[in-house]
Write a new protein. Structure first.
Length: 295
């Protein structure tokens, strides 16, 4: 109980007890499998500056591959990118490389950035910053878990989030949607009233100042860029889908107390079929949806 009380009462800055920094890689493969990798360094657990890795690989009609690592502060480096023990998500020139090394799971993945798809300016508000490091890139590599192995080929995004006032500790819901295609790139990552957004289609970039994201009936997600840009997209939920608790790095007491305040935090991801209207042209593309809710 004492760590949580201190956590809620602390100030701001990188040394604050509420400081969190995360790198999130979300990709969808040509076979519609989803890859969700999250690297986090935070002060919110029992050990200040501890690192955490969570990786979920979810394929239709298969048992998910789940991986996790928790590391001491001396094993957690976040200079330019993130290394937690032998696991890394680092930038190498114009590419990003994800590496997981353990006796149970091995992953080698490269994301080759496409200069066509530019990243938006980060958003900063109330001690919290969100930026898109990669908005639409090719993803290639492999994943091995036990006697299972598969090649990875698809498209993905990387988000970087950091600050001393993380919305998750205040019970703020988060909804993200991405359309990743060779010719269309849309993204909205919305937490509360704040949204990081970008849009590319019909051979050009579009303003995203008025972009909004909504949840409709049946799990449909709508991305509306009007009136700033003539873009309206609807993501129809498809398999696979997956859920995982987001406070696993906290102690049992801290999870229990936060649960009393906000309910249990749950991260859900799923694939989608996107219907995108840009000006008067209709595109069909691959999409991804990520939600953090409190139940």
């Amino acid at each position: 109980m004492i760590p949580l009380i201190l956590l809620l009462a602390c100030g701001t800055g990188r040394d604050a007890l509420t400081w969190q920094e995360s790198w999130e890689l979300l990709a969808i493969q040509t076979d519609r499998s989803l890859l969700d990798a999250r690297f986090t360094r935070s002060n919110t657990g029992l050990i200040r500056g501890q690192g955490h890795v969570r990786l979920d690989q979810v394929a239709p009609r298969e048992v998910p591959i789940l991986y996790g690592r928790d590391a001491l502060p001396r094993e957690t480096l976040d200079v330019g990118a993130i290394s937690i023990g032998p696991d890394q998500l680092i930038q190498n020139g114009d590419s990003w490389e994800l590496t997981i090394r353990s006796g149970e799971v091995d992953v080698r993945i490269t994301l080759d950035s496409d200069s066509t798809f530019h990243s938006p300016h980060p958003i900063q508000r109330n001690g919290w910053e969100v930026e898109a490091l990669v908005t639409n890139s090719t993803v290639q590599g492999f994943i091995r878990a036990g006697d299972r192995s598969s090649l990875i080929q698809g498209r993905g995004v990387i988000l970087h989030r950091k600050g001393s006032r993380p919305p998750g500790l205040k019970g703020t819901h988060r909804l993200s949607a991405f359309v990743v295609d060779n010719h269309v790139s849309l993204g909205i990552d919305q937490t509360g009233a704040d949204a990081l957004a970008w849009a590319y289609g019909n051979g050009r970039s579009w303003t995203s100042d008025t972009a909004l994201i909504r949840r409709l009936e049946g799990g449909v997600v709508e991305m509306d860029y009007r009136p700033g840009a003539p873009i309206l997209a609807r993501l129809l939920p498809a398999s696979p889908h997956h859920r995982r608790r987001t406070w696993a790095h906290l102690s049992g007491m801290e999870q229990w107390l936060l649960g009393l305040l906000h309910g249990q935090a749950e991260r859900r991801i799923r694939g989608a079929i996107a219907e995108v209207l840009i000006e008067d042209q209709l595109h069909k593309a691959t999409g991804m949806i990520a939600v953090v809710d409190y139940r």
